[in-house]
Design a protein around this ligand. Structure first.
Ligand code: ZN
Length: 87
């Protein structure tokens, strides 16, 4: 058995085959946030993500909310990356 995935890391790193979006379970908005800590990385000289908490918040509900994962279909990705600027 070689399934040693850090339990903490799985909370915010999505390693599935298909990309996902995070949405509010109440209103379905994608404008959501999540509580997290960052810590100062001396080598990188920037803040790096240290811990992500379960608590989520929705900007539309303006309240704490539970967040759900929605799989993005392949077609949707191609559509957004295949945009042509008119003119
Ligand atoms: Zn919401």
């Amino acid at each position: 058995m070689k399934t040693e995935i850090e339990p903490d890391k799985r909370k915010w790193d999505h390693n599935g085959e298909k990309p996902i979006r995070i949405a509010c379970s109440k209103c379905g908005s994608f404008d959501v946030r999540r509580d997290a800590y960052v810590e100062w990385d001396i080598e990188k000289q920037k803040w790096v993500l240290a811990t992500v908490f379960d608590d989520g918040a929705c900007m539309d509900c303006e309240d704490s909310a539970s967040l759900i994962e929605i799989q993005i279909e392949d077609a949707e990705i191609q559509e957004s990356s295949d945009e042509h600027e008119p003119g």
